[in-house]
Design a protein around this ligand. Structure first.
Ligand code: ZN
Length: 372
């Protein structure tokens, strides 16, 4: 089965490349808005949705020819998709115009006849030539490079998302010896059935603290009812954006490493299906639930497992991983109270650590489901 996967890398364009990148972002936005406008008009005048092509605008606006034509062709596809989504589901909303200051700066280009080339330190993109790149991981040789999306984040840094297509392998295992159970933990990430937890690296916690401090400072600097904030405010805003991106990148790297390790070590990974939104609302955990990256971690586990022919097995939402005694199987409803971290089984008398016991149950459940 063919699947897609994206690898994200930071790039370091030189001055001339940066100018061209900005131009390309601008042209992509321009074409998007022009197309929206024309589609609206064709609908109002002829009651038909007509999708224009970039060629139409290139005649009128010569400068569009300066940038990667594939970037503009992709805008056409994106416009079409946006309308199709809107027609299928009105809740999604009518495609919006992109403003110069508030829209994301990005464009996508495709691999055509080797026009994109990756080497150890550079990426070659149409019209731009070779740009310096930091590649912290490499895709397997047999993967096919399909497209590249270039983005500039709020901090000013540039990134590329390189999209690959690969053939997913499905290997059947009948041996569930190499199974691990992971119980979600709000602090850290998980506790496994051997009682080890995924401790976040120290540097990461430190960066997070710095970010929170910078955010608080920023909100104190904000003056209500004023259109233009102070220079110091915008400076601080930029600082927050930089720190935020650093934390995000560190978290991603860490989650990638953790998930890669687990997929390499185990054939089956048992986890529970969590309702993150419901959890953070009902327990008022808010930020900490969404921010520790569990959802992203699970997605990484899943796609890495799939590529390697391993399996992530989710226990049913109703599976009582925390309530069940892993020794005798008795249920202890008292553990529904999340503040209970340690408990004694009322039936067999074994002592349990909440997370560790749950992780063992998840491991056993994964082994059971794997053999079904
Ligand atoms: Zn028991």
């Amino acid at each position: 089965m063919k699947r897609n996967i994206a690898y994200r890398y930071r790039i370091y364009p030189n001055e001339a490349q940066e100018i061209l990148l900005q131009k390309t972002f601008g042209c992509a936005r321009f074409i998007w808005n022009q197309m929206l406008d024309d589609i609206q008009r064709s609908y109002e005048e002829e009651h038909k949705t007509k999708y224009p092509t970039p060629a139409k605008y290139k005649k009128e606006y010569e400068w569009l020819k300066e940038v990667d034509s594939l970037a503009l062709a992709n805008v056409q596809l994106q416009v079409k998709q946006a309308f199709q989504r809107f027609f299928e589901d009105e809740k999604i909303g009518y495609p919006k115009f992109k403003s110069k200051h508030h829209s994301k700066k990005s464009y996508t280009t495709n691999m055509v006849n080797g026009n994109i080339r990756l080497s150890a330190n550079t990426i070659r993109l149409p019209k731009l030539g070779s740009i310096k790149i930091k590649r912290h991981r490499e895709a397997p040789k047999e993967w096919k490079l399909k497209s590249v999306t270039v983005r500039q984040e709020a901090s000013g840094k540039y990134y590329v998302s390189v999209l690959y297509e690969y053939e997913s392998q499905v290997i059947e295992h009948n041996d569930t010896n190499k199974t691990i159970g992971l119980d979600y933990a709000m602090n850290g990430l998980y506790v496994d059935d051997r009682r080890s937890s995924a401790e976040m690296p120290h540097y990461f916690r430190k960066a997070e603290k710095r970010l929170n401090k910078a955010r608080r400072k920023l909100s104190r600097m904000y003056v209500m009812g004023v259109e233009k904030q102070s220079k110091r405010y915008y400076k601080q805003k930029k600082r927050v954006a930089l720190l935020h991106e650093k934390v995000r990148q560190q978290r991603l790297d860490w989650l990638h490493k953790k998930s890669r390790y687990l997929v390499n070590q185990y054939d089956y990974i048992g986890i529970e299906e969590l309702d993150m939104k419901g959890m953070s609302q009902s327990l008022h955990f808010g930020k900490s639930v969404s921010d520790n990256g569990w959802g992203m971690f699970v997605r990484m586990l899943e796609y890495k497992a799939e590529i390697s022919g391993k399996h992530v097995i989710k226990a049913d939402k109703l599976f009582p991983s925390s309530q069940k005694c892993h020794v005798c199987g008795a249920l202890n409803p008292k553990t529904k109270d999340l503040s209970i971290r340690k408990w004694v089984c009322p039936v067999c008398g074994n002592e349990h650590d909440r997370d560790h016991n749950a992780a063992i149950n998840l491991k056993k459940e994964a082994q059971r489901l794997a053999l079904m």
